[in-house]
Write a protein that binds this ligand. Structure first.
Ligand code: SAJ
Length: 455
């Protein structure tokens, strides 16, 4: 079996390598010559656990090219970006891939779309593009098999996650299932192409809405004098509750984008777009926290730790760090960035010690595990402020080194602390003593014995 995989990015390349490692002859196609050249010299364009070993297991069954060739199966895994101005999907890469395949399509070939697309794209865009070959659908096979693997665990999830396979017809679904069964160990569920498109978008939209809920809980907890992290842990003890974690915003190439694919043709849906707004507002919220610490420090320097869109990955696509950096820059702050996972970033990246040197506030944006081990005693900062948006630092250790720690979503400390005295509660702070100049309004709580207590 010869398979052509179009798009050698975070999904296409691992999929191509898995297919090759399980016995198929695979031609990986990418329009970027640099990617093709690097791969043909044994160099992988990005990091992902296990990918180098997998590449070695493909032997001579994987080769990279700039153009597709005649094959039995074509698999499309190209980007589907969002036009930021209109919030409408840009399907140009999909159209181009379909056009390239049309030049090589034969009767009986199978074409699979893995890229995430708005509902109806297979019928309205991809299949008509393939039919430009002169071969009508039913004389070739077509299925949409949306990818579901999470960056950082891509290979494991590609093998062990369940898959949804939506064929144009029964034969298409059967053939696609046979192909995925060569390497997928999870369950494979059958449906039609349009439902598969919709299911994928529902999955990511549901995650986005749930992160937005966690972010709103964080803001509410601060207003109520509660530590949201403790509250979420307790709420999640309920057998039917599973609240996600707040953070500086939602990034990545999927969850920040896919909800718009679902609603782009709709006129009456509000919850999905509201969740997007909530998540998109989080960098502003983190800046507000940072500003409240720094507002009277002259020419403040802030050090951002973690510019990747989430922990333990080097991917910065749609990272909330971009918006935070832009807003902080507009504020006049000098910005330093540190991220041990990221290779390319428009802002210069520095080592942890250099980034922190002379800084007035460390802002933790991505929850890289290695940040847990940073020794605050080794950082030569000017002012000992740290904003932890992921609740990952060992706060006692930082406090022990004289830092004032402000944790996103933690409004639990009623009395203010200066640097060296503990976790800073929500509120505005004077720069020298880091004491609130405006304390949060009193909050009344009912104690377990039914008495009212004012914070
Ligand atoms: N995030 C939070 N709090 C959380 C969870 C996530 O703030 O509790 C943030 C992350 O920091 C990140 C963003 O959300 O900025 C998205 O991260 P993620 O880990 O939730 O998801 P992705 O984008 O890495 O991968 C998602 C996955 N989808 C689902 O879990 C439903 C993955 O399975 C998909 O294959 C992938 O999108 C995709 O390519 O569509």
């Amino acid at each position: 079996m010869k398979i052509c995989v179009l798009g050698l990015g975070y999904i296409g390349l691992p999929t191509a390598l898995l297919l090759a490692a399980h016995g198929s002859n695979v031609v990986g196609v990418d329009v970027k010559q640099s990617v093709v050249d690097r791969l043909n010299h044994g160099e992988l364009p990005f990091k992902e656990p296990g990918i180098e070993d997998l590449y070695l297991r493909t032997g001579d069954r994987f080769v990279a090219r700039e153009r597709p060739e005649t094959a039995d199966v074509f698999l499309i895994a190209v980007p589907t970006p969002l036009d930021p101005a209109t919030k409408v999907s840009n399907l140009s890469y999909i159209r181009r891939a379909a056009g390239m395949i049309a030049g090589h399509l034969k009767e009986g070939d199978l074409v699979i779309l893995e890229s995430t697309v708005p509902p109806g794209t297979s019928e309205r865009v991809v299949i008509p593009g393939l039919e430009k070959s002169g071969i009508a659908i039913r004389d070739f096979l077509y299925a949409h098999c949306p990818e579901r693997a999470i960056p950082g665990r891509t290979l494991q999830e590609m093998v062990y996650n369940s898959r949804i396979i939506g064929g144009y017809d029964r034969d298409s679904t059967d053939q696609a299932i046979s192909l995925y069964q060569t390497f997928v160990r999870g369950e494979i569920y059958r449906t039609d192409a349009r439902t598969a498109e919709f299911v994928k978008l529902m999955e990511n939209t549901s995650r986005d809405v749930n992160v937005a809920l966690a972010n709103e809980f964080a803001k509410l907890a601060e207003e109520c004098g509660i530590n949201v992290w403790e509250a979420i842990t307790l709420a999640n003890k309920h057998p039917r509750v599973s609240i996600l974690s707040p953070g500086p915003g939602v990034g990545g190439h999927c969850i920040a984008i896919d909800p718009w694919f679902l609603t782009q043709n709709s006129t009456g849906c509000r919850m999905v777009s509201t969740a997007r707004e909530v998540n998109d507002s989080m960098p502003n919220y983190v800046l507000q926290i940072t500003r409240s610490l720094l507002y009277s420090i002259k020419n403040p320097i802030i050090s951002i730790f973690g510019v990747a869109y989430k922990g333990n990955v080097g991917d910065t696509r749609e990272s909330p760090a971009f918006k935070f950096i832009q807003l902080a820059g507009n504020e006049g702050y000098t910005i330093r960035c540190h991220d041990p996972y990221v290779r390319d970033f428009p802002h210069p990246l520095m080592g942890a010690a250099d980034a922190a040197d002379g800084s007035d506030c460390l802002v933790i944006l991505a929850d890289h595990d290695c940040f847990r081990n940073i020794d605050p005693a080794e950082l030569q900062v000017r002012t000992k402020f740290v904003v932890d948006t992921r609740n990952i630092l060992d706060h006692e250790r930082w406090i022990g080194q004289g830092f004032a720690v402000r944790v996103l979503g933690d409004g639990s400390q009623v009395y203010p602390a200066a640097p060296g005295e503990g976790i800073l509660p929500a509120g505005l702070y004077s720069p020298d003593a880091a004491r609130p100049v405006a304390t949060p309004p009193p909050v009344s709580l009912l104690t377990p014995d039914g008495r009212e207590r004012f914070l």
